[in-house]
Design a protein around this ligand. Structure first.
Ligand SMILES: [Zn+2]
Length: 176
């Protein structure tokens, strides 16, 4: 499978390979599920509300799904399933844009099974699809709410955290 190795700069972590593999499998499942939902266009009310919230679409009576979102999700899934990578457990979350051979996931988030899924998708979307961060306007808190208002619609479709949180919530993966 595409996880090559799991390394830790945050001390010894029991079962880190198993934990990373579990997060990886659930990340893949969650991405497949949201892609299918968006492609079929059958959005339940909660998914529609989340779509409108994370991508700043307002009331969106036409139920429009910006094409960038599906493209980012597909690129992220393709990268995760095709390119072997190292998970490095450290003190911050990080990925090199366009370079998917290593993701850093912060120790605290790695140890929380659901947050690990969220950050694996977040970092993979940077690495494989060139998504961006928009500081406090783009990051969400542990309830999945934007830390600060002001993200624009243009930014929102490229916002790594919005894509990740939208994806995990669709699979009923609780953030806390
Ligand atoms: Zn990021």
């Amino acid at each position: 499978m595409p996880i090559k190795t799991v390394t830790s700069k945050a001390g010894k972590i029991e079962n880190k390979e198993k934990m990373a593999e579990a997060a990886y499998q659930r990340s893949i499942e969650a991405l497949k599920k949201i892609i299918k939902t968006l492609e079929e266009g059958e959005l339940d009310q909660e998914t529609l509300n989340n779509l409108n919230y994370y991508f700043i679409l307002g009331d969106n009576p036409q139920k429009q799904i910006p094409g960038e979102i599906l493209a980012h999700l597909k690129n992220t899934l393709k990268g995760l399933t095709e390119i072997p990578f190292t998970v490095e457990i450290t003190f911050f979350n990080f990925a090199n844009p366009g370079k998917g051979d290593k993701f850093s996931i912060a120790n605290a988030q790695f140890k929380s099974a659901n947050q690990c899924i969220r950050y694996m998708i977040h970092e993979a979307s940077h690495a494989f699809s060139g998504t961006q961060d928009f500081s406090e306007r783009g990051y969400t808190d542990n309830l999945g709410k934007f830390r600060q208002p002001g993200l624009t619609r243009e930014e929102a479709v490229n916002n790594a955290d919005g894509l990740a949180v939208f994806t995990v919530l669709h699979s009923q993966i609780a953030l806390v």
